[in-house]
Design a protein around this ligand. Structure first.
Ligand code: PLP
Length: 401
């Protein structure tokens, strides 16, 4: 994604642009660094997605991407349900007005209190092993429990985070799924369907469509072995957003067209089975920016450095902390830097750690201490997915506008 495009979208080019003025004001009010969530972008994204996808496909929001209550409250009325990964995420979802029936709980290591929370509100438990099913039966003690089975498919979605294909700790392997389904039939559980999650953060509409098609075929093959008719099939998600240089946005109309065909095929092959997808970053990623202040600049043996007042402690995914990502960077700009000379700099966080780097050798408008720097595409896996306790620096403020 080109930073220039985002600078324009957020109106943070010149110092007197409305976006620049607003960011400076917020920095005065809340201090830096801060995450700024723009509710209108969040709403537009969810509505555009809902409008593009076939009506029969339920859209779930994956709370782990961003569990801020303000974000959840905006999405609560715009998606069909939430997928949660813990009892605490489930409580947040309930607090935003979702009924338990609109929730599912996924994760390879659910605690007893997680399962109890799901049972308590009638959320769908996505089972990841037979052991988990047996534990749920004990905890339910006769209460109804809604379940589906997560299947590790024989294929993967070639994307940043591959979560299917090969040996995985997620779900049960497809070759064992038939047997597990038959064992589930002997347990007092309300079986509803299957869940397959082959990967995350994919920008290739055709690759996602192929994985969805393969998921449908897998489900059709397993359906006769299930304890009852399949009432739901969660196809996973994986819709990516462009964060790194050279990446282009997902072609949503193209994917939506393929999904319309898929929904038609599913209606014939699995009558009565509702399709769902679950998305995190696609819904929230672009609605949030991270804003930090330049604390210092220095030159070391010919190389220029900018040091910001936040780094991997707030936004681990955006820094070089991920393997193989050192040379990459999220779209970054100097707020109000339009028209200034451009220099090549390495942008760092404040931590005494070699991997606390936002961008290496980046062409950026010349920045001075006190300037604000904005990191776009920051809505998913930001504060919640970062080691905030590292070096005990203050948390980033959360601003919802
Ligand atoms: C992480 C995850 C998601 C959301 O992933 P995004 O890449 O943010 O869309 C959805 N479902 C499951 C099971 C996940 O593990």
């Amino acid at each position: 994604m080109r930073a220039a495009e985002l600078v324009e979208r957020w109106q943070v080019g010149r110092a007197d642009d409305p976006g620049s003025l607003r960011l400076a004001e917020l920095a005065e009010s809340f201090g830096t660094p801060y995450y700024l969530t723009v509710s209108s972008v969040l709403r537009e994204r969810a509505e555009a997605l809902r409008g593009a996808l076939p009506a029969g496909v339920a859209v779930l929001y994956s709370v782990k991407a961003n569990g801020l209550l303000g974000v959840l409250a905006e999405l609560a009325t715009r998606v069909d349900g939430f997928d949660v990964a813990s009892a605490a995420e489930l409580e947040s979802a309930l607090a935003c007005g979702l009924s338990g029936r609109r929730l599912s709980m996924t994760g390879p290591g659910k605690r007893d209190d997680d399962l109890a929370a799901a049972l308590g509100c009638g959320a769908l438990v996505v089972l990841e092993s037979l052991d988990e099913a047996e534990r749920l039966v004990r905890l339910a003690a006769g209460r109804p429990a809604r379940v589906s089975l997560r299947v590790n498919p024989p294929f993967e979605l070639a994307a940043e985070a591959r979560m299917g294909g090969g040996p995985r700790r997620f779900g049960v392997d497809s070759e064992q799924a038939g047997e597990v389904l038959q064992r589930l039939a002997g347990l007092p559980l309300g079986f509803e369907g299957l869940h397959v999650y082959p990967g995350s953060n994919c920008l290739d509409a055709d690759a996602i469509a192929r994985a969805q098609r393969a998921t449908l075929e897998l489900a059709v093959g397993l359906a006769p072995l299930a304890p009852g008719p399949l009432r739901s099939l969660n196809l996973g998600g994986g819709f990516g957003i462009p964060c790194f240089p050279g990446e282009t946005p997902l072609d949503l109309p193209r994917l939506a067209a393929a999904m319309t065909d898929l929904a038609g095929a599913a209606a014939t092959l699995l009558p009565g089975c509702a399709l769902a997808i679950e998305l995190g970053r696609y819904l929230v990623g672009e609605a949030v920016a991270y804003v930090a202040r330049v604390l210092a600049r220095k030159t070391s043996r010919g190389r220029s450095y900018l040091i910001l007042d936040g780094g991997l402690n707030h936004h681990w995914h955006a820094t070089g902390a991920l393997e193989g990502r050192r040379h990459l960077h999220y779209p970054i700009a100097v707020v109000g830097g339009g028209g200034r000379a451009v220099e090549t700099v390495t942008v760092c966080g404040p931590l005494c750690a070699p991997h606390d780097v936002w961008a290496e050798g980046l062409a950026l408008a010349e920045a001075r201490p006190g300037d604000l720097v904005i990191v776009f595409q920051s809505g998913a896996y930001g504060a919640g997915a970062s080691p905030g306790g590292f070096m005990q620096r203050p948390e980033a403020a959360q601003v919802l506008a």
